[in-house]
Design a protein around this ligand. Structure first.
Ligand SMILES: [Zn+2]
Length: 175
């Protein structure tokens, strides 16, 4: 029997959330949006994802109020995608999940580290600042820095290059 497409029979808010963010690639698109990726071409080259899949995921995220579309050029028409307030709340899910993956499934040193931008202290695995005692450091106050795990042959797409060149404040445009 084929696996059902959704979780309609599950009366559970986790199932409803997974309908959206549990789809393959979706959370990586959201992660990139936190890194300040805004444009279709930048998502495409960084994620190495089929065009149709990326277009579908962006539409789903816009429909769900997680990303908002903003037209930055009229001819030809070009849009960029920014996290909404609802989408920005996903930081408190994505960051601990990333650290959990690092703890249990990492194949090397982390590519990036995350610091509280205002004091320079590395966040703990739950996203707190140990120095300030701030429980939920908002992503706009987080700085991503190149970590020790840069591979011997690093990726050359513009997003990967920008992320390993210098520290970068989350949510600020990267390119
Ligand atoms: Zn701090």
């Amino acid at each position: 029997m084929a696996l059902g497409k959704g979780y309609e029979g599950q009366n559970c808010s986790l199932a409803r959330a997974l309908e959206l963010v549990g789809e393959r690639w979706t959370l990586l698109v959201v992660r990139d949006a936190f890194y300040g990726v805004r444009r279709y071409g930048a998502f495409l080259s960084h994620l190495d994802i089929p065009r149709a899949v990326l277009a579908d995921r962006l539409n789903t995220l816009v429909d769900a109020g997680i990303l908002q579309r903003h037209r930055y050029q009229e001819s030809p028409p070009r849009d960029e995608y920014l996290l909404t307030e609802r989408g920005t709340e996903l930081w408190s899910v994505i960051y601990p999940l990333m650290r959990w993956g690092e703890r249990h499934f990492a194949t090397g040193e982390p590519l990036r580290t995350f610091r509280h931008a205002t004091c320079g202290t590395e966040l703990d695995p739950a996203g707190r600042c140990p120095a300030c005692g701030q429980a939920d450091v908002p992503p706009g106050d987080v700085e991503s820095r190149p970590g020790p795990g840069i591979p011997a042959q690093p990726r050359q797409d513009p997003v990967s290059v920008a992320l390993r060149q210098r520290p970068h404040r989350l949510l600020q445009p990267l390119l």
